[in-house]
Write a protein that binds this ligand. Sequence first.
Ligand SMILES: Cc1cc2nc3c(=O)[nH]c(=O)nc-3n(C[C@H](O)[C@H](O)[C@H](O)COP(=O)(O)OP(=O)(O)OC[C@H]3O[C@@H](n4cnc5c(N)ncnc54)[C@H](O)[C@@H]3O)c2cc1C
Length: 318
Amino acid sequence: MDEYGVLTQPIRKELEDIVGAENVSSKTDDLEKHAIDESLEPPHPPHVVVKPRSTEEVSEVMKIAYREKIPVTPQGSRTGLSGGSHPLQGGIALSLERMTEILEIDEENLMAVVEPGVLIMDLHEETEKLGLLYPPDPGQESGSLGGNISTNAGGVRGMKYGVTRDFVQGLEAVLPNGEIINVGGKLVKNSTAYSLLDLIIGSEGTLAIVTKAILRLVYLPVCLVGVEEAFPGFPELLLPLRGVRDESVYSAHLEADLSSGLEILLDLSLAIALDPDKQVRGVTVIREGLVQVLFSCQDCVAGNIFEGEWDHFSSNDL
Ligand SMILES: Cc1cc2nc3c(=O)[nH]c(=O)nc-3n(C[C@H](O)[C@H](O)[C@H](O)COP(=O)(O)OP(=O)(O)OC[C@H]3O[C@@H](n4cnc5c(N)ncnc54)[C@H](O)[C@@H]3O)c2cc1C
């Protein structure tokens, strides 16, 4: 007996009845597109691509797949770098790309409720319009939030804020048998029993399919400036990072480029933003044991985090 079931025409018809015939495809173009991500892995085409629009549709699809032992691989934007969204066993590529609604941005409670196919860049845009920030910022802004959560994506703001896990308050998810569960919620104090939330975050679609997420927000920084430095070695790199963690500094993008060779040169590019309530305090960067006051917010021409206009300084200018 085969380990997996075969996706027959009657089963395909059942899937079409759930999501609509136009959202079930086995066209060559679609199979090729959904066979890859951004990794270097060879393609693994599914037998069929299915695009549900709601949690209920995901649930119904999963019930059929479970009954028929058909493998299912959830897919977000397929920007992953490790082949996690490759349908290794064929079967169903379950693309969440139609579930793209930002359901709520709750300014009072600093939370956003999103569907899994929302792109992180779209959430950033919408929250920033309201003076709020969703801190996780993995390098690929076209990644979906469902994919970010399922990979526990990090990114350049991780040094200051942490990773995606630190901003997920609640999830709705569909289990392999089609059961819909809710874990966590729109509350900060949630300390009872096992943290199924944490189990699902980073599980790469192996335990459940994320169909809704409640995400924590913070306030946007008031200004953003950049400091570009070259550091001769790792210890020297670590020193200014203490400044980043200083409570007066709100946010940091940190890009370190390690060039090859025995003499390692670290090019550290640091973008610092100030807390809204810390405008008058200077930003300090500790380097080689010295504390340098680089600028105060009043002196700096505020860069604009939305438009990416950063003012760059080096220590020679200061
Ligand atoms: C240029 C570039 C820079 C990048 N920089 C970073 C970075 O700085 N930090 C970082 O962490 N990553 C980075 N990545 C990797 C990638 O962007 C992230 O892993 C991102 O979180 C993947 O999101 P996605 O929507 O593309 O997910 P996909 O690639 O589609 O899927 C990733 C995994 O999540 C699963 N999955 C997707 N959606 C769901 C869902 N709704 N429910 C359950 N499982 C699901 C898939 O099965 C797969 O296992 C980068 C990628 C590129 C191309």
